[in-house]
Design a protein around this ligand. Structure first.
Ligand code: KG4
Ligand code: ZN
Length: 334
């Protein structure tokens, strides 16, 4: 009997559903929420409402694309934490109802563990032990993975996440939310060595990005006072310089983590791993340090249900199921 799992992701502002059969992803449907753009960030209440509107058509389409009948499902999985509680509740209630109606096991999944396991959806896959740099809008972590379900966070941000650093810098430049991809786009035509932003000296494997945001704020104030159209005239060089600094901060800690653990199987995950500068840096540093590097396909980098499905597959094989009275939580360690 094949193991067919329907997985639902609704932790932030993307409603996603995926179907996985014996570890092979058959569909991954993602509905974004344009409603937040005008507010410059995700509005939690609007996100919950949009999830409610999207979830039935998204699940329907995921099942259809996978050519899967409800009766063929072996389990239903959902993102349990971390995330916006209202958003998580929509996905968890839906998944619980479905598991109850179909009389199949329910599997709660940790979103950050799932981001890491996005690296195991396609071949080639990292060998264990491996290190994963997970960089998203809410998290920045270096994770030591001994097996699919045995992971330890060995470094993390003490303030802003890398994605937040991108988004907040973009906001200071007058770019719309989420600004990360736009900084990336402008950076392609810019000189990354034109402006130098400070690198914080944080001990160990932890990160800090809040100082960078302040440095950029003062830098822009100073230069705008001298030249009103400073940002417009230099947008490519400013974005390239900001991107280089964020990427360098990330890569220096990853090099340190690899040296300290002796691990050279290196992967990245999370929305920021879509960044072209980070992808290129991973290849360059990888060649320098003899790493085997892994980067998930673009659609598995940002929030998606395929990574929840992949994690659920491993949990199913390990018999790790959740009771029907389990609750989602906004924050949780893994
Ligand atoms: O993992 P994700 O989709 O959602 C969270 O769980 O946070 O990550 C979203 C983050 C946002 O901060 C977004 O600006 C950033 O990933 N991001 C990028 C790029 N694409 C997405 N940042 C820089 N360059 C990109 N190309
Ligand atoms: Zn995420």
């Amino acid at each position: 009997m094949p193991v067919n799992i329907l997985a639902i992701e609704s932790s932030c502002d993307d409603t996603s559903a995926a179907v996985i059969a014996d570890g092979k992803v058959l569909s991954n449907v993602i509905a974004g929420q344009a409603v937040h753009e005008q507010y410059g960030g995700v509005v939690p209440e609007l996100a919950s409402r949009a999830h409610q509107e999207n979830i039935v058509p998204v699940v329907d389409l995921a099942l259809k694309k996978a050519n899967m009948q409800l009766a063929d499902l072996s389990a239903v999985a959902f993102t349990q934490s971390p995330g916006l509680i209202g958003s998580l509740l929509v996905g968890s209630c839906f998944a619980k109802s479905m598991a109850l109606a179909l009389d199949v096991p329910l599997i709660g999944v940790h979103h950050m563990q799932a981001h890491v396991l996005a690296n195991f959806i396609d071949d080639p896959q990292p060998q264990f032990p491996c290190l994963c740099l997970t960089v998203s809008g809410g998290h920045t972590q270096i994770v030591l993975c001994e097996s699919p379900l045995k992971m330890t966070v060995i470094g993390e941000t003490m303030d802003d996440a890398a994605g937040e650093a991108f988004d907040k810098s973009a906001k200071l430049l007058g770019l719309p939310y989420p600004g990360g991809p736009l900084v990336d786009k402008h950076a392609r035509d810019g000189n990354p060595d034109r402006f130098r932003f400070p690198e914080p000296q944080i001990p160990g494997l932890n990160f800090s990005f809040s100082g960078l945001k302040t440095a950029i704020l003062y830098f822009l104030q100073e230069n705008r006072a001298k030249q009103a159209d400073f940002v417009e005239a230099n947008i490519a060089d400013i974005c390239a310089s900001i991107q280089l600094r964020i990427v360098t901060i990330l890569m220096n800690k990853l090099v340190k983590a690899s040296k300290e653990t002796g691990i050279s199987e290196i992967c990245i995950a999370g929305g920021v791993s879509a960044n072209s500068g980070l992808r290129k840096a991973l290849e360059t540093y990888g060649a320098q340090h003899n790493w085997n590097v892994y980067i998930p396909k673009f659609e598995y980098c940002t929030d998606n249900a395929a990574m929840i499905a992949m994690t659920a597959h491993y949990k199913y094989l390990a018999g790790e199921f959740s009771p029907l009275d389990t609750v989602p939580t906004a924050r949780a360690a893994f």
